[in-house]
Design a protein around this ligand. Structure first.
Ligand code: TXA
Ligand code: MG
Length: 334
């Protein structure tokens, strides 16, 4: 049985207590909802992997109440890490550092590094302070699916598989944290997110922000990630109407995701009647916040295919485009 409770002093204490007893609790962060397990409790971490249906060799981010606990998890804290922590924690940034001696292989997926994050969401902050230790938490969705940005999304994904969902309202950023690997000679962005490359460059100076080919196993870097059930196709605005018509002729139920500015160019009135046209916000910040809910809506409307354009790839647009490409990527085993 899964219960959903608004985050109150009472439910937060209950959640911290469940975590101490090795149970699973889902909680909001500013990026997406996380599925938390006590990071030092191996059976709790195993239960978390099982609940998600995630292969055990995938590393998971350890969430901390504050940066003071970094040294308990990382073998060393390079100057670049200190600068990023000072600039962006608490916030939507995960650091990959060489792991400390006590960190379980279950958490690191057997890698010699560990992912660490201090979220800024007040509910996460209060929960982590009450609990005290590290919380291993992937996004609170079934493996390979779209990350949840509301408590209802978590329930849709994990009903019966998580004890308690703390409802802290919709996530304000809506895409997963930026992951920066500082365990090598050069910093590398393993996953673009809420902290943009430009923001990182301001603190670290310029570096090549694309992940190297030797990048470690990041499940978010697997092609079929962040995918709704519907197939996603990425097109330019002027291609959309013709492709929609073609797909409808082939018997598909089609959704078209159009940013406000593109409505004119794509001439939505020229779509076949059965096409579901979903308007996306013009601003990247708003688009990021609502993207995953929109992909879920495409599934709720039982569409077979969703057609979308890509945003301009700068600032937050890089992370949005990354998630859309992954949603459109080839599916492993459907
Ligand atoms: O915003 C977020 O980061 C959310 C919230 C809940 O904090 N969490 C999240 O976790 O997105 P997850 O497990 O869905 O994605 C974390 C990514 C995975 O792709 C994982 O492979 C990668 O981080 N990761 C974790 N530890 C790593 C490590 N030591 N080296 C490389 N990648 C790592
Ligand atoms: Mg995830």
């Amino acid at each position: 049985m899964t219960i959903v409770l608004p985050a109150t002093s009472e439910s937060l204490h209950q959640a911290a207590d469940l975590l101490r007893r090795g149970r699973l609790v889902a909680f909001p962060t500013e990026t997406v909802y996380g599925l938390g397990a006590a990071a030092e409790n191996e059976s709790a971490v195993r239960a978390m992997f099982a609940a998600k249906g995630r292969p055990a060799d995938h590393p998971v981010i350890v969430h901390l109440p504050d940066a003071a606990q970094l040294s308990e998890w990382a073998a060393e804290i390079p100057p670049a890490a200190r600068r990023l922590v000072a600039a962006f924690w608490p916030g939507p940034l995960t650091l990959i550092l060489r792991r400390g001696p006590g960190v379980s292989d279950l958490v690191t997926g057997g890698l010699d590094t560990v992912g660490l994050r201090v979220p800024g969401h007040p509910v996460a902050q209060q929960l982590f302070r009450l609990f005290g230790g590290g919380i291993a938490a992937p996004s609170a969705n079934r493996f390979g699916r779209v990350s949840p940005t509301t408590a209802q999304h978590v329930l849709d994904e994990l009903d019966g598989r998580v004890e308690l969902i703390l409802d802290g309202g919709p996530c304000t950023i809506g895409l997963e944290s930026t992951i920066v690997d500082l365990s090598r000679v050069e910093p590398a962005v393993l996953r673009p997110g809420g902290i943009t490359a430009e923001q990182l460059f301001e603190v670290l100076g310029p570096f090549s922000s694309s992940p190297s080919s030797e990048a470690p196993r990041v499940s978010g870097s697997m092609e079929s990630h962040y995918a709704p059930r519907a197939r996603v196709e990425l097109l330019s605005p002027d291609q959309i109407a013709a492709r929609a018509a073609e797909l409808v002729t082939q018997g598909n139920r089609v959704a078209v995701l159009l940013r406000n500015a593109e409505h004119h160019e794509a001439e939505p009135h020229s779509f076949p009647k059965s096409v579901v046209v979903i308007s996306l916000p013009r601003e990247d910040v708003e688009l990021a916040r609502t993207l995953y809910a929109t992909l879920r809506r495409v599934d709720e409307l039982e569409c077979d295919v969703a057609l979308s354009t890509l945003p301009i790839e700068q600032g937050l647009g890089i992370a949005i485009a990354d998630r859309l490409r992954k949603a459109a990527g080839p599916r492993a085993g459907g």
